[in-house]
Design a protein around this ligand. Structure first.
Ligand code: S3P
Length: 448
């Protein structure tokens, strides 16, 4: 494992940057284009390892997926209902989204598939998708604890279900809706807590019939999403907006490195994803949105982020679903704030690419921050803007096969006294291959 040291920033972050395409949207674009009959194009696709795992799987199911000269991807769909048996095991690498959504696709096709993944993915829970997909008729056998490797045979025809999500998860919601596409009748998912809605938005673009309602549930209004099967998907030209989860690291970096004034272009601002902007603003961050517009059916804006003195805050647990991937970055911001930041209701962070509560508590503590780990969140006592000491000589942050731990601690390194060493920066390539270069570029650009 190649160790990597991020040295303290020698200059503020300035200039204009653009982050890569949204990971969630990129996966969905490849999958839906692979199900349509005809030729779709995708521009702005994230070319990270996770998304490439989805592309390889769609090829194994019979779609033609190739990268054109200008970086636009071209997909000739296999057609919903016509997926082929993949010739070998589907290697999902580190990608939970690929695994869970593709399990949904297999569930309502009469095909057989084996899913394998890396050590991180092989520890993650799959029962959350196995339960509803088995109710639809799929036959699934997983490794002990409901993990990968996992084999499944889809049902043809599958039976439509009405399924209330026991945990707020866009992956589980999407798995059931994808299974519903090739299932006669209406398959419904009930969401007590709204999660990212890219599947719903993009499926409508590809011509699927969805019904989205609100119903009264025990804990208040619930979202009910129904998909009509068997659907006919028509090809679409998709433009993927920039990933707010990638922009998050730069929002925090510019907020904590003194003198920074950074423009981040083309950032997805879907309300189901934009929680970090709200949380950082509650801590006193200086983030302005300009040029709001729509890209690929998603709201997008350019952001300008200036260094600001941050204050600790109690982060509202209701914001969690809209910033679920951004907590590692938020914890770094909290480590530089004046006062205490408290987070709660974050049990789901323990089953991401790593246990992100344990991983960030250990990483920030090693870098000299004061952190208390609770069952469902972290309490962080900030430095009041002073640099963190950084990792001690000879010690390295354990990134635990988790790209977001690596990128968050790289950002902490920029604002540290001695730098932060990561034991392994390779996981960054799963979602943001150009991250380190862009971080350097942001610190070298000419001021706005
Ligand atoms: C994702 C949903 C979230 C998120 C993941 C991407 C998606 O996972 O953490 O990075 O694309 O649907 P959960 O569904 O497990 O919350």
């Amino acid at each position: 494992m190649p160790a990597h040291t991020i040295h303290p920033a020698s200059a503020p972050l300035t200039g204009r940057i653009a982050v890569p395409g949204d990971k969630s949207i990129s996966h969905r674009a490849l999958m839906f284009a692979g199900l349509a009959v005809g030729r779709s194009t995708i521009s702005g696709l994230l070319e990270g390892e996770d998304v490439l795992a989805t592309a390889a799987a769609m090829r194994a199911f019979g779609a033609h997926v190739e990268r054109g000269d200008e970086g636009t991807w071209i997909v000739e769909g296999a057609g919903l209902g016509s997926l082929l048996d993949p010739a070998g095991a589907l290697d999902m690498g580190n990608s939970g989204t690929s695994t869970r959504l593709l399990m949904g696709l297999v569930a309502s096709h009469g095909i057989h598939a084996t899913f394998i993944g890396d050590a991180s993915l092989s520890r993650r829970p799959m029962e959350r998708v196995m339960t509803p997909l088995a109710r639809m008729g799929a036959d699934i056998s997983a490794s002990p604890g409901g993990t990968l490797p996992l084999m499944m045979r889809g049902a043809l025809p599958a039976v439509p279900i009405r399924y209330r999500l026991p945990v707020p998860s866009a992956q589980v919601k999407s798995a059931v809706l994808l299974a519903g596409l090739n299932t006669p009748g209406i398959t419904q998912v009930i969401e007590p807590v709204a999660t990212r809605d890219h599947t719903e938005r993009m499926l409508e673009g590809f011509g699927a019939r969805l019904e989205i309602d609100e119903e009264d549930g025990a804990g208040g209004k619930e979202r009910v999403i129904g998909v009509h099967g068997e659907a006919d998907l028509a090809p679409l030209d998709v433009t993927v907006p920039g990933d707010p989860s990638a922009a998050a690291f730069f929002m925090v970096a510019a907020s904590i490195v003194p003198g920074s004034d950074l423009a981040i272009e083309n950032v997805g601002m879907n309300p189901t994803r934009a929680g970090l902007v709200e949380a950082l603003r509650a801590m006193g961050a200086d983030i302005t949105e300009t040029n709001p517009r729509e890209v690929g059916g998603e709201p997008v804006a350019d952001l300008r982020v200036r260094h600001a003195a941050l204050s600790g805050a109690d982060i509202d647990p209701a914001l969690a679903p809209a910033m679920i991937d951004e907590f590692p970055a938020l914890f770094v911001a909290a480590a530089f704030a004046q006062g205490t930041t408290t987070t709660a209701g974050l049990e789901e962070l323990r089953v991401k690419e790593s246990d992100r509560l344990a991983a960030m508590a250990a990483a920030l503590t090693l870098a000299g921050a004061r952190v208390t780990e609770r069952e469902d969140g972290l309490v962080i006592h900030g430095t009041g803007g002073d640099p963190l000491p950084g990792t001690p000589k000879g010690a390295a942050v354990a990134t635990r096969l988790d790209h977001r731990i690596a990128m968050s601690m790289a950002v902490a390194g920029l604002a540290s006294r001695e730098g932060v060493t990561l034991d392994d920066a390779a996981p960054i390539a799963t979602s943001f291959p150009g991250f380190m270069n862009l971080l350097e570029q942001a610190a070298l650009e000419t001021p706005l």
